[in-house]
Design a protein around this ligand. Structure first.
Ligand code: ZN
Length: 56
């Protein structure tokens, strides 16, 4: 019975870690761009404008 609970816990942890493969880009705060000095939108070079980066 205890083994079944541990197995279920591992399964749930793996499921959660799979869905959170991407994390929010820290440089542009998930927007995919930031404001340049002149006020125009500058595409984020870290996440390529996606706003999220692959977790490593
Ligand atoms: Zn970014």
């Amino acid at each position: 019975m205890l083994l079944l609970i541990i197995g279920l816990a591992i399964f749930l942890i793996r499921m959660v870690s799979n869905t959170s493969e991407y994390k929010k880009c820290q440089k542009c705060d998930g927007k995919g761009y930031w404001r340049a000095t002149k006020g125009e939108k500058d595409k984020c070079d870290v996440c390529q404008g996606a706003g999220k980066v692959l977790r490593r």
